[in-house]
Ligand binder design. Structure first.
Ligand code: DGL
Length: 215
């Protein structure tokens, strides 16, 4: 089995690490777009163009599945890519609003994601379908992907955002950008006793299994 994993930057490596644990015998190829990261402030048309260009090695490398391990690229590009490459299987990543809705006891959740993801039609649909009864706090994380990519993220920056959403009542925090998987442990520690922190690495493994067993 050959899995292709794409992200704008190092978020994809976090997802690939999780996939390697679930599928130790799989060949896992990662590509990123370091020249253009971050995608989170870019227009939908540009994200589509960049993602399409960046995944070409995965398309020509005949991956059984290409995983867009990027919430932003999924939100803005996956529909068009599925149309353009109908023979290729794709899996995307979306903020786990549905899971958060099932977990929250206070009906208040926080979604940490890029501006482009939060502004996308796909995210709005997700909220309409699964989060209509919730209050959703969307803290400003617009600098996070860059800071994480360049290893400049500091604890005080994260602490401020996490304290704010917890004090505002969120009891579930959704990591809606794969870059943030690298700071999950710290966020979990900062939110301990106040909010659960969720991200989709395990769900992606399950989705890969389901998709390939359907084949
Ligand atoms: N890791 C990406 C995501 O999941 C995006 C980060 C960025 O390029 O802004 O949304």
């Amino acid at each position: 089995m050959k899995l292709g994993v794409f992200d704008s930057g190092i978020g994809g490596e976090a997802v690939a690490d999780a996939l390697r644990k679930t599928f130790p015998d799989a060949e896992i190829v990662t590509v990123n777009d370091r020249a253009n990261v971050p995608y989170g402030g870019k227009s939908p048309a540009l994200v589509l163009r960049l993602t399409d260009a960046a995944i070409q090695p995965l398309l020509s490398g005949k991956c059984d599945v290409i995983i867009l391990a990027c919430n932003t690229a999924t939100a803005l590009a996956i529909d068009a890519l599925r149309q353009k490459y109908p023979a290729q299987k794709f899996i995307g990543i979306e903020p786990m609003v549905k899971t958060a809705a099932a977990l929250t006891k206070r009906s208040v959740i926080a979604v940490c994601a890029t501006k482009a993801t939060l502004a996308s039609d796909r995210y709005k649909r997700l909220v309409r379908d699964h989060g209509a009864a919730l209050r959703i706090i969307e803290p400003d994380c617009s600098e996070w992907a860059s800071l994480i990519e360049n290893n400049l993220m500091n604890r005080s920056h994260i602490e401020r955002a996490i304290n704010t959403v917890c004090e505002d009542g969120a009891d579930v925090i959704v990591l809606g950008c794969t870059h943030y998987h690298w700071i999950k442990e710290l966020i979990t520690m900062l939110a301990a006793g106040r909010a659960k922190v969720i991200e989709p690495s395990e769900a992606i493994g399950r989705r890969v299994k389901a998709l390939l067993s359907d084949a």
